[in-house]
Write a protein that binds this ligand. Sequence first.
Ligand code: SF4
Ligand code: SF4
Length: 363
Amino acid sequence: MGRERPVIERTAVALEPRIRAQAYGLGFDLVGITNLGPVDTVAAFDDWLAHGYAGEMQYMSRWAAERRDSRLPFPGATSAIVVGMNYGGAEPPGPVARYARGDDYHDIMRDRLRELHRWIEEQAGHTVHGRPYVDTGPVLERDLARRAGLGWFGKNTTLINPALGSFFFIGSLFVEMDLTPDAPFEADRCGTCTRCLDACPTQALPEPHVLDATRCISYLTIELRGDIPAELREPMGELVYGCDICQEVCPWNVRFATELSEGSPFAPREVIAGKDARTVARDLLAISQDEFTAAFRRSPMKRAKPRGLKRNAAVVLGNIGMPEDVDILTHALGATDLLVREHAACALERIVPTEALKALRGH
Ligand code: SF4
Ligand code: SF4
């Protein structure tokens, strides 16, 4: 037996615009409403998985039925309020992708969506079953956001909003309520532009709208647990964690991306704020477990764990390191983790002449 569907009292002002106003008041920058049902991009998603473009992200192929039909992740829900939250695309580029420089967006957005949920229940005067999702369930959120009118899929695969660009997080609140949906975003405003495809340093966009995650620097520096493929280390350049290049070059971001507002939780934390790539890489390579725990509490960067960050840092020093970095890389040759040792050795080979390296190793 399903739960009895609640009836929402309608006041003179419809609930939908009041939900939108409340969501903006909670600090979201974009809000749209959609109904739930079969997902529009299922075929493209299946293709993407079949090509192996998801790499080691095996979780993407789990809960396949739920990803195909958005009514399934939270049975009973028929509508979703989809929100976007700006994370400062106009902030300067750096070795850490903008989304990861501050506090973890999952926690922040989920808390605010819960607050929105409580407010809806207050308005209704009774329980409204619902659940927030912020990358936390088998939901293709980008699909949902397009359906809720928030933007179109760029050729770089991000969702682009015509007034904000693409530097925003997406979250949603599934509710057991029949809300009037917004119109889906039908237009594709990329036109003939191919800037993102041309700019990708690892050719991770083999064709428009398709991301080969196994070549993408965001995947390599965050999701991949093992070795970074040798041929992709040099193209990583100065990027220690994540990559914003295909968004930075997008004309919609050049024109519409904004800076962070005062006091934003996404402002860079001390461990990386204002530091260049070489300094960040050196600091990470030397960081202890305790220092890591303190510096990256509630940060998205803790996902890569110290070994992943040290691996990335070694690659970056291999790309931009100087003779002064030999000491720190040599010290990393003694790390307990083979992954770190191997990437440090490879970096040394790139910045130290072969003869000197042999002397360093004692043979
Ligand atoms: S995030 Fe970077 S590596 Fe990945 S597709 Fe975009 S430009 Fe390429
Ligand atoms: S860079 Fe051009 S092609 Fe790529 S997403 Fe932006 S508008 Fe579309």
